[in-house]
Design a protein around this ligand. Structure first.
Ligand code: GLU
Length: 276
């Protein structure tokens, strides 16, 4: 079978230069390998995604000269598949309800604001959890030890250069969020399998999540794609670009009269300046 890849932006704002170079890197790889490209707009997080950005993404990508073969269904239309997987994982006792919230751990959290659930909800028995679920909302966490045992050791994910990376997790990741029911991890793994993705090309920011994705693939019986994580574009202060920075929005460049060709040249120049 020939290679299949995808570009998977989230409609949380206008695409910025970092998203632009990610699309070009994906396209460059696909062209070199005669791969099929899906465009998959990942709108599962309805707290952050906005409808107008969906069409804006398509427009900006067309202008940039990113060509996709087919668009995947929006994640917001695929919730039945995510629910089925959550039910399966729950029935197999690989996920457990977690009632903790960030504010419970604010005191213990390190200065950067990150917090780790100490995992005490994993110790609740089924009856206790059921009682709490009646009056308290919960997230669903993957029980990493049970999941790794079930997947069979050793488990690896593989990068496109042929290196194998051991799957190990430092906490029990949220698979079903309290607010939106699903998590990015669950949706991305189910969609990659449904769309037959053989090669995932994405930013380095997502590297820490790849072990979770590989574990979910093993648990759900999905094939394992190969991965490449590219470095991110940064601004003059070395900071990652954000969708809130208007000056790096592709839409802004377009409105200033830049052509797609000029934008591509500018993106490659910026990229090579930082990563060549
Ligand atoms: N939707 C994710 C993002 O915009 C990318 C997901 C992925 O490539 O796995 O960061």
């Amino acid at each position: 079978m020939s290679a299949v890849t995808r570009f998977a932006p989230s409609p949380t704002g206008y695409l910025h230069a970092g998203n632009g170079i990610a699309a070009l890197l994906c396209q460059q790889w696909a062209q070199a390998h005669q791969a099929f490209i899906w465009l998959r707009i990942e709108d599962i997080d309805h707290t952050r995604c906005r409808k107008p950005y969906i069409e804006a993404i398509r427009e900006d990508l067309r202008w940039l000269g990113f060509h996709w073969h087919q668009e995947a269904p929006l994640q917001s239309q695929r919730t039945a598949a995510y629910d089925a997987a959550l039910t399966e994982l729950r029935q197999r006792q690989l996920i457990y309800p977690c009632f903790c919230s960030r504010s419970d751990f604010r005191q213990q959290a390190p200065a950067d604001g990150d917090w780790q659930c100490p995992g005490r909800c994993a110790l609740l028995d089924a009856a206790q959890a059921k009682v709490r679920m009646r009056h308290q909302p919960c997230a669903w966490r993957l029980h990493r030890q049970r999941a790794l045992d079930c997947a069979g050791q050793p488990l690896y994910w593989q990068d496109m250069e042929g290196h194998q990376h051991t799957v190990s997790l430092h906490d029990d990741p949220v698979i079903g969020r309290k607010d939106i029911r699903y998590s990015y991890h669950l949706a991305v793994v189910i969609d990659d399998a449904a769309q037959g993705i053989s090669h995932v090309i994405r930013g380095m920011d997502l590297l820490p999540h790849t072990a979770i994705h590989r574990l979910l693939q093993a648990l759900l019986g999905y094939p394992a794609p190969l991965y490449a994580h590219h470095p991110l574009l940064t601004d003059s202060q070395g900071q990652r670009l954000a969708k809130t920075h208007v000056s790096t929005a592709l839409r802004q460049w377009r409105q200033q009269g830049m052509t797609g060709e000029q934008a591509r040249a500018r993106l490659w120049q910026w990229w090579r300046g930082q990563h060549a």
